[in-house]
Design a protein around this ligand. Structure first.
Ligand code: PDD
Length: 278
């Protein structure tokens, strides 16, 4: 497997980053994940737009132009023969002796690799997934896609321990989002509800693409807060992310959603988004 670091391609076993990298020491670093289906990147413009916004919010200089980053992504897809999988990008503030404050002139590190894995037509897509509920233990700027992912690591671990596939995180009784996905529910009155973008959640790229699909299909969309109780009582539910696309949710905190099977609205949105995403 070939890995990219700061302008060079390495075999994975030779790809190295310093122990003084600030991403490693402080989580001072941001990332993006783009899905690859049939060798093509999905919603990559949205992901690169968000990457640019993340570095901008943290005052990390952009290491490469958007065009050059795309060339790196394409080169990795070709070299690693990725038909289905993902491209991962990470920008860290850079490497220097450990100190909370950083030098203004610090040069960022850009790392990129691919993963070869099924994205489309997985069992989760067909059968749906179960979701656990956990407190949202993250910091206050969740709109920045940082690599400070300990709260999500623990949330996922808890989900797995209770026989679930994903955790929906909750703040003040309201669902924020999944540990690595955006959360949608369909209410009894057939409104598709998802939390509005703010500092409380990551502005999901798939979320945005799916809202556009749902609008085109004439579904009523409400971007508003919803409680755990409302989620547990929903007619249908699904989650979205680059790596799970649109995945039906069939159980939340032990409550069956719909008939405990993927619902028709979820299926419709899933199908239309799949068609666009191929
Ligand atoms: N995670 N919310 C959180 C907290 C996420 O980590 C992600 C994505 C999403 C969905 O965003 P998008 O549709 O742009 O992928 C929402 C990626 C896949 C990851 O960490 O691997």
């Amino acid at each position: 497997r070939t890995v990219y670091i700061n302008g060079e391609f390495f075999p994975a076993s030779d790809a190295r980053i310093s122990v003084f990298d600030r991403g490693f020491l402080f989580g001072d670093s941001i990332y993006e994940v783009t899905a690859v289906i049939d060798g093509k990147m999905i919603d990559n413009d949205l992901h690169l737009g968000r990457l640019e916004r993340s570095v901008d919010q943290l005052d990390i200089p952009m290491p490469l132009s958007r065009g050059k980053i795309i060339s790196v992504q394409l080169e990795l897809i070709t070299r690693n023969k990725i038909v289905e999988g993902l491209v991962y990008l990470q920008v860290t503030r850079g490497t220097e002796d450990r100190s909370f404050d950083y030098s203004s002139a610090l040069k960022p590190n850009l790392v990129a690799f691919t993963q070869d894995k099924p994205i489309k037509g997985t069992n989760a897509h067909r059968a749906g997934v179960k979701v656990a509920i956990v407190e949202d233990a993250r910091w206050a700027r969740r709109d920045i896609k940082t690599t400070m992912l300990l709260a999500q690591v623990q949330a996922k671990r808890h989900a797995k321990a209770v026989g679930c596939d994903e955790a929906w995180m909750v703040q003040d009784g309201f669902v924020t989002e999944g540990a690595s996905s955006s959360a949608f529910i369909l209410t009894r009155r057939n409104y598709l509800v998802t939390r509005p973008n703010s500092a409380a959640i990551l502005p999901g790229c798939t979320r945005q693409a799916v809202i556009e699909v749902a609008r085109q299909l004439d579904f009523d969309i409400e971007e508003r807060l919803f409680t755990t109780e409302e989620a547990c009582a929903a007619k249908e539910a699904f989650l979205t992310s680059a790596t799970s696309l649109v995945t039906p949710v069939i159980e939340i905190a032990g409550h069956s959603i719909g008939a405990g099977q993927p619902g028709p609205v979820t299926r419709r949105i899933q199908d239309v988004y799949f068609d666009i995403a191929r």
